[in-house]
Every structure is written in C-alpha cells, then in structure tokens.
Design a protein around this ligand. Structure first.
Ligand code: GLN
Length: 321
C-alpha cells in the first residue's frame, strides 16, 4: 500500500466540501480587519472583499470555494518557483550565496545584510529572492518566459501571464529592493546589474495565477517532486523534502513561527494576499484574500488555512508504513 492509498482510506473526501463551506461562512465577517498592500500602487487598486480557496489532492481531485478561479498577483509566492528553478541549476552550490535560516525580520529588511556580508538569510526574503533572480538572469535571456513556461507545465494552463501594469508599478517604487541589490552587488553577491535583476524580479512578482492554478502548480511538492500532469520529476524526493523544510521555516517571513504553530505546513505567502501550502503525500491548499496583517501575510488566508487544518485534522495524520 502506498502512502497515497493510505491517505484515501483515512479521509472522507466529501467532507472537504463541507469544511470549505464552513470556512467561507466564518470569514465573511472578517473583511475590513486587514489592509490591502499599498506600497505597490497597482496592488492598492484590488477589490479587498475577495476570498478564494482551492484544495488539490495527489489523486487528482480538486475542491474550490469562493473566488478560486480569479487571477491575483502572486508576488512573493513566485519566489518559491524561482527558487526551485535556481536549485535545479545550482544544486548545493546555491548555499554559498544564500543562507537557510529564518531571518526573524520583515521580508524587505536590510539590517542583516551588512553584518552578514551580503549573504541573505534565506531564499524567500526579498534579498534572498533577488540573488535567486540574479542566478536565473544569468541563465535565461528571457526569465519571464522561462518562468511562465515552467508554471504553464505545472498548472496545465496555457494562458498564464504577468501583469505589465503591476510590474511597472513595482519597478517605479522599488527603491528599497534596488538598494538591497546594490548593497549585495558591493559584496560581490550579484553577477548582473541591479537594474536587470530588478526588472526580472518585478515581472516574476507580477505573475498572476488563481488559487486553482496555484494549488496545481505546487502539487509536485506534495508528491516527492513528481508533477503528475506533465510527468516531470521537477525535483528529487530528497530536494523536495528540503524545499518543504525551507517553506516551513522561512515561507511566512517573520511570522514563520506563528504560522508553523497555527497551521504547521510548508507554505509560501505573498503581499498579493495569496498563500500556497503543502500537505506532503496528501495535496496542496491555495488560498487568497487581499487584506494583509501587519507582517504582510493574508489575514483571512491565514485564518482559513488554520481552520482547514483544525477541521480536517490533516496535520494529525499519522504515517502508516
Ligand atoms: N514584490 C514584493 C516586494 O518585493 C513581494 C513581497 C511579498 O510578497 N512579500 O516587495
């Protein structure tokens, strides 16, 4: 019996619909408690009162709620996919340029960069993601197209794109990220010009996906690195386990400890209000609601994930060998 078979005998999937309806009802009064990201002007224009959720199982089933098919700006969720691409290119050599410890600081903080000589704490804070983008900028003449084609294969959707409006809006206001890029360049930890890296970074952050697409895109992380739809072994099972460990410890910035306590899953958040979480051997959960908490994570999204874990008991599944 495989782990997947074990899971299917242990859960009663019709209940997933019920859990989603419960969560939808519970989150409705929560609109207005958070704040849509406004430091990127184009994101401030998003309608705040939206909520979507998608559950994808390794057996191919998918369950959705609310605005699960509405496109939203992936923002830092893109860092997960660019990191996977860079890891495939660099392997363990990537750890000479980026650390793998939680930063305990805001996603856009610069404070550790000086004492740690331009080596960012982890690949998911902005500084680390900029180094990842630098690696990919050296490798791909058109990183935006390379990332889109990777995501198109993973989602099985041919029509993914990045928003020129959001990318332009972020680039025009990217003073802090630009400063970080120059700072790392001064330490020799950027091969390309800060302008070229920022241009690619803003495009990758502007990539748009729906919850339904995002849940599919991350599915290989729940499945030992194998993307069933395309048949691609995206990462080895060992590398997949390690990416999930990084997502658990660093995927929600300085709220990673709180998220691990409340939700307990490898996950990645973004200031567009999306979160994608991995339940190894079971499936993925994508959730989106644009209002953020003080740390830049989706307020309702975090609540919905916590409630889903409570209702489903998935985090309590014991592995049968
Ligand atoms: N594009 C955003 C930035 O660099 C991404 C941040 C995020 O989603 N946390 O500020």
């Amino acid at each position: 019996m495989t782990n997947n078979d074990t899971f299917l005998t242990q859960t009663r999937t019709p209940k997933i619909e019920k859990w989603l309806r419960t969560i939808e009802a519970e989150i409705t009064p929560m609109f207005g408690r958070g704040k849509v990201a406004d430091y990127i002007p184009a994101l401030a224009r998003v309608n705040a009162r939206q909520f979507g959720m998608a559950i994808a199982l390794v057996n191919g089933e998918q369950y959705t709620a609310g605005d699960a098919h509405t496109l939203f700006s992936s923002q830092s969720i893109s860092k997960l996919f660019t990191f996977v691409l860079a890891l495939k290119i660099e392997g363990d050599a990537i750890w000479q340029r980026i650390g793998r410890e939680p930063s305990g600081n805001a996603f856009n903080s610069m404070v550790q960069l000086e004492s740690e000589r331009g080596i960012p704490r982890n690949p998911f804070i902005n500084a680390g993601a900029l180094v990842v983008t630098d690696i990919l900028t050296s490798r791909y003449a058109h990183l935006d197209l390379a990332l889109l084609s990777f995501l198109q294969r993973l989602t099985g959707s041919a029509n993914l794109n990045w928003s020129p409006e959001v990318a332009k809006s972020e680039l025009e206001t990217a003073h802090r990220n630009m400063a970080m890029a120059y700072f790392m360049k001064s330490f020799g930890n950027l091969a390309n010009t800060p302008q070229a890296v920022l241009d690619n970074y803003c495009k990758q952050c502007a990539t748009e996906m729906s919850c339904a697409q995002l849940a599919q895109a991350a599915m290989f992380l729940a499945n030992d690195g194998l993307d069933v739809g395309s048949g691609d072994q995206v990462l080895s099972p060992e590398a997949t386990r390690r990416v999930n460990a990084l997502l658990l410890t660093c995927g929600a910035y300085d709220a990673a400890g709180d998220y691990a306590y409340r939700i307990g899953l490898p996950l990645k958040t973004g200031v567009g209000g999306g979160i994608v979480a991995v339940v190894p051997n079971v499936g993925t959960i994508a959730v989106w609601s644009p209002e953020l908490d003080a740390k830049g994570n989706s307020l309702i999204g975090g609540y919905a994930l916590e409630r889903f874990m409570q209702l489903s008991g998935w985090g309590r599944l014991s592995l049968t060998m």
